[in-house]
Design a protein. Structure first.
Length: 477
């Protein structure tokens, strides 16, 4: 049993405004695994006031970039030293399989290193080459107080993607995390406490949606950085627009995996094991729409059926488990309702279904499911399910495949599978998404990550992600 009965506000652990602790329950068996204080508006006021003072009057925004880089290196080293503990806590809180949370730890290092490389080569102050202004400089300065709001599905990755560039740029930060992640984010707060950041620079506050809206609406906030659902993103964008706050949004997805006619189906399906079903399917980049050529359609259907039925479902702490439970009972119910909807819409149920094996009924489990004979207009093909549910859509030719892949309100990610990498790259260029992987390649943390259309505004990772946290100032003499 882990207990966090205080909140990490402005660099210190303080008494919360409400003494009531939230029970943190295991998605595997719904047992209480910890308790944690939750922030209320009064705690938000305290954190924002401290962040405002630290930005307006404190040393952090005026430290040299090299000093800020050193602090982030220290944070990264501290996290690496507790990587196994962090991975275990995320599995316990979220139901994410142990293989996924452990594999994600080196990824966090690569993510941080990419930001550090960007900061070292960033043009913090550059001479403006202009005959009309022979003495002029362009400065990149911090935006101010950042409200960083992250979801529950990959808490450390989402948190680091925001706080690292925000701090590197000299901003102060109020990080709002999901109640489900109160334990792992408590560890993050402990790490931040040891980095040597000045008072007020950062707070880590678990809180509900109402308190989150209070934070992003707060007049002391200069920029909002949000990862979460498109619905919530629209609400945040409206608040930011009304108050003219800077905003970046990483939102939902319904990514397509385009299997070209020359692809090796077995290789593609082995790759989709990770690309489509990572983190129990609770991933915004999951390639859950599988587009297959009609001439090889049943071959793809049979291969995906065999794949999904081979995956072990169960206790996320078991090293053999590939798919664990959904994070909460309401998320479990949501996914099961989408499976029932797919049957009602007339899709062919290839494997899975709304039922749950008796031995897993004590947790938030769903049965991994594959639908075939899916029309792209069906809701199961258009709406983000956020669970281990795949739909297989047939296409006539390459133009038809591109049309179907782009026929979505989302545009976050996609995959192309082909024996010809050059041709796959040509197809990738035609897809209206922020990220495309070819033959299961890993996403580069040096490149920008983000979405087209309803999948978001702005980019994360590398220099493009760092640029989201600065203002541009031109000084002419």
């Amino acid at each position: 049993m882990i207990t966090y009965d205080r909140l990490f506000v402005a660099g210190s652990w303080v008494e919360p405004s409400s003494p009531e602790l939230l029970d943190i329950r295991s998605p595997h068996d719904r047992a209480v695994i910890g308790r944690a204080a939750q922030a209320r508006p009064a705690d938000i006021d305290r954190a924002v006031a401290a962040a405002r003072a630290a930005f307006d009057e404190g040393p952090w925004p005026r430290t040299a970039p090299a000093e800020r880089i050193a602090v982030i290196r220290r944070l990264n080293a501290l996290r690496e030293a507790r990587a196994d503990e962090i991975a275990g806590l995320i599995s316990a809180e979220n139901g994410s399989a142990a293989w996924f949370t452990r594999a994600g730890q080196p990824g966090l290092t690569r993510q941080a290193d990419a930001y550090l490389r960007a900061a070292e080569g960033f043009g913090w102050e550059e001479a403006l080459e202009s005959a009309a202004a022979p003495r002029a400089v362009v400065r990149r300065e911090p935006v101010g107080v950042v409200a960083a709001v992250i979801p529950w599905n990959s808490p450390f990755s989402a948190a680091m993607a925001k706080i690292i560039p925000a701090l590197l740029a000299g901003n102060t930060v109020v990080l709002k995390v999901s109640p489900e992640n109160s334990l792992s984010m408590g560890v993050l707060a402990e790490l931040l406490e040891r980095t040597g950041l000045p008072e007020g620079v950062i707070s880590v506050l678990p809180a509900d949606r109402e308190t989150s809206e209070y934070l992003v609406s707060h007049r002391g906030i200069d920029k909002i950085a949000f990862t979460g659902s498109t619905r919530a993103g629209r609400r945040i964008a409206a608040i930011a627009g009304e108050q003219l706050k800077r905003v970046s949004l990483e939102l939902g997805g319904k990514s397509a995996a385009v299997i070209l006619p020359d692809a090796d189906v077995d290789t593609a399906v082995r790759g989709l094991r990770f690309a489509s079903l990572l983190n129990n399917g609770e991933s915004c980049i999951a390639q859950t729409r599988v587009l297959a050529p009609r001439a090889r359609y049943e071959e793809v259907v049979a291969a995906l059926k065999d794949l999904v039925e081979s995956l072990q479902v169960g206790d996320p702490a078991d090293p053999g488990t590939f798919i664990g439970p959904m994070v909460r009972p309401d998320q479990q119910q949501r996914v099961r309702e989408y499976i029932e909807l797919g049957i009602m819409e007339g899709a062919r149920l290839v494997t899975g279904g709304p039922g749950i094996p008796p031995e897993l009924e004590g947790g938030n489990y769903v049965t991994p499911t594959v639908f075939a004979d899916v029309d792209n207009s069906m809701r199961i093909a258009q709406e983000e399910i956020f669970g281990p549910v795949l739909v297989i859509i047939g296409y006539d030719d390459e133009d038809d495949a591109v049309r179907i892949a782009n026929d979505s309100e989302y545009g976050l990610s996609a995959g192309v599978w082909s024996a010809d990498e050059d041709h796959a790259l040509e197809v990738a260029r035609r897809l209206r998404t922020g990220t495309v992987t070819v033959n299961g390649a890993a996403i580069s943390f040096d490149g920008p990550f983000g979405g087209y259309k309803a999948s978001g505004i702005g980019r994360e990772y590398g220099a493009a992600g760092l640029a989201q946290y600065v203002e541009l100032k031109t000084v002419t003499v």
